[in-house]
Design a protein around this ligand. Structure first.
Ligand SMILES: [Zn+2]
Length: 264
């Protein structure tokens, strides 16, 4: 039975052609291909046009750790220019995308925790994405690491209708807020071993969970590996075990969730 990887950075795969072939052979029918900056959006758009198996559904956005704004003297001006070009690209291409993303906030690193200007820069970029999701009637793919509460508050305040908190591993009370707002969460293969991932996915109902890989990220579990889209099967198997449900039932559910969420 086919399965959908709802979050992969295929433009960053070292052997994209090989990885897509292996994904196809493993039964991956569709990949939601997220992007992180202007160059990544351009590459992702090209790949979506030229590759047909698995089906590639692009999402366009700027990652919070790539979010740039009009700050500082010279470097800031160059970055501000790129930020405007990224927005122009999104405006021109979002009608062919299935989502806005990946976007959001990341307070995981010391710099953002200490530096209010950095947090404000990320928030300004996230606001642009929230507005575009509404304007183009698209769902949002949100990176919320260490910034779960602010991400939820801003998404709700913007009255975005469809939002996915990708690779959710945050607190359960914020997860309750996400679910109450009608939003979704996703998990990758870390649901096999990571306590925060497992707690969150045990708490969320299957009706609101999507599976993904975030490839080509490295998973540092008991048996570390570099993920590619076919590894979405690991996420599915581990989620089935965690939920103590038949794998076929879980697959039906996560596929239905992904199709409804992304309208694919
Ligand atoms: Zn990602």
């Amino acid at each position: 039975m086919p399965i959908i990887d709802t979050h992969a950075h295929i433009d960053q795969l070292t052997d994209c052609g090989g990885a897509l072939k292996r994904a196809d052979a493993a039964g991956v029918s569709d990949i939601v291909a997220v992007s992180v900056d202007l160059a990544s959006m351009q590459k992702t758009a090209d790949l979506a046009k030229t590759r047909s198996r698995p089906r590639i559904h692009p999402a366009f956005g700027v990652h919070p750790l790539r979010a740039v704004g009009p700050i500082g003297p010279e470097a800031g001006m160059i970055k501000a220019q790129e930020s405007l070009e990224a927005q122009a690209f999104m405006r021109a291409h979002l009608s062919h995308a299935v989502a806005v993303g990946e976007t959001g906030l990341d307070y995981w690193y010391q710099q953002a925790r200490k530096d209010e200007a950095e947090r404000n820069r990320q928030k300004a970029s996230f606001l642009v994405h929230l507005d575009m999701a509404n304007e183009f009637d698209l769902p949002l793919i949100i990176h919320s690491r260490g910034a779960w509460g602010d991400c939820l508050a801003m998404t709700r305040a913007a009255r975005v209708r469809r939002a996915l908190f990708h690779w959710y591993s945050g607190p359960l009370d914020i997860l309750d807020g996400i679910l109450e707002a009608g939003y979704y969460v996703s998990t990758g293969p870390s649901v096999a071993y990571s306590p925060p991932s497992r707690e969150a996915m045990a708490h969320a109902p299957l009706e609101r969970i999507l599976v993904e890989t975030d490839s080509p990220v490295r998973y540092n579990g008991p048996q570390p590996f570099d993920a590619e889209p076919r590894d979405v099967l690991r996420a599915w198997a581990a989620l089935s075990r965690l939920k103590n449900k038949d794998e076929a039932i879980v697959l039906d559910m996560v596929n239905a969730n992904a199709k409804m969420f992304f309208k694919i």
